[in-house]
Design a protein around this ligand. Structure first.
Ligand SMILES: [Zn+2]
Length: 303
């Protein structure tokens, strides 16, 4: 029942859409409006090279040190029904500089709680330095150095099983998101809030979030140029990630259940690094990061 409206919107708004997290409403109005469905940006370059060639960094990255995670609740299953008790007008707790605690690994990003235009990770690295073009598709994707090792390990595991994971998107700066947003506002003002997100309200600005692709998607969807589609959950790569990504510290940010709480529709391709411990807890409890943060952590300041 709760998804009837979203399904209607999906049908009504069927068509090619902008990239993931392409849903948005005004920051002051967290009511979700979105489609989630098809998105696509540029042509897909040629197929990957030897799919099972081990992916090894050309240089040895610093040892990966898991970051301690917040204390978890005694009963993780309670997260499933956790309901935030705040409203967007709640008094922020603490000064706004606390909105990015620690290394930003657990920063809350929703359509209510956004990121500053000034925020950018200081340890971004190009994935092309660590992964073959068959995985990066030749895109100049960047992520934070801190997630490179678990990411490469996960992709190696997938390729060892004969899969062909692709990375469509990683870090997106505030200004890059602003350009995309302005493009849609100019070209399709009536749909801008549905097919894009205002700058500052995307987890991609954190540099720890990735959008994955699959060579199977185009055939499943029936559109050669498709890169993002909810049917990613049907692909071999999507199935593997759903079942195994947590073992490498990556968590599905927007499962089907996340819509009412996050304002984002189901994005089976969108994973965020939160560390193995928390990712595993979320996976096993059927929860997701936003629900966990709203239920257990002090509210951040409003943007
Ligand atoms: Zn994404």
């Amino acid at each position: 029942m709760r998804y009837a409206k979203s399904h209607f919107l999906l049908l009504a708004l069927a068509g090619l859409l902008w990239s993931c997290q392409s849903i948005a409403s005004q920051p002051s109005n967290p009511i979700p409006v979105e489609t989630a469905a098809l998105v696509r940006v540029t042509a897909v370059p040629s197929q990957p090279t030897a799919a099972n060639t081990p992916i090894l960094p050309p240089t040895q990255p610093p040892p990966f040190t898991p970051t301690p995670i917040p204390t978890v609740t005694a009963n993780p299953t309670s997260l499933l029904t956790a309901t935030p008790t705040h409203t967007p007008t709640a008094t922020p707790i603490g000064p706004c500089e606390q909105r990015l605690p620690g290394d930003g690994l657990f920063t809350l990003v929703t359509l209510t709680y956004g990121l500053s235009r000034d925020y950018a990770p200081d340890d971004l690295v190009p994935l092309a330095d660590y992964l073959p073009v068959g995985v990066t598709l030749g895109y100049p994707t960047e992520v934070r150095q801190m997630i490179v090792e678990p990411l490469v390990q996960m992709l190696n595991a997938m390729r060892d099983e004969g899969l062909q994971p692709r990375i469509i998107s990683g870090y997106r700066s505030y200004s890059a998101q602003a350009i995309a947003w302005n493009k849609w506002v100019t070209e399709e003002p009536e749909r801008a809030a549905i097919i894009s997100a205002p700058p500052g309200f995307s987890e991609h600005q954190l540099g720890t979030t990735l959008d994955f692709g699959s060579p199977e998607l185009a055939e499943i969807v029936g559109r050669e140029e498709i890169q993002f589609h909810t049917y990613f959950y049907k692909t071999s790569e999507g199935i593997w990630l759903l079942n195994n990504a947590h073992r490498y510290g990556f968590s599905l940010s927007y499962p089907r259940e996340a819509f009412e709480l996050t304002g984002f529709y189901y994005e089976p391709w969108h994973y965020r690094y939160v560390g193995v411990e928390l990712a595993t807890q979320l996976h096993e409890s059927g929860s997701f990061l936003t629900a966990y943060l709203l239920a257990t952590q002090p509210l951040p300041c409003l943007p």
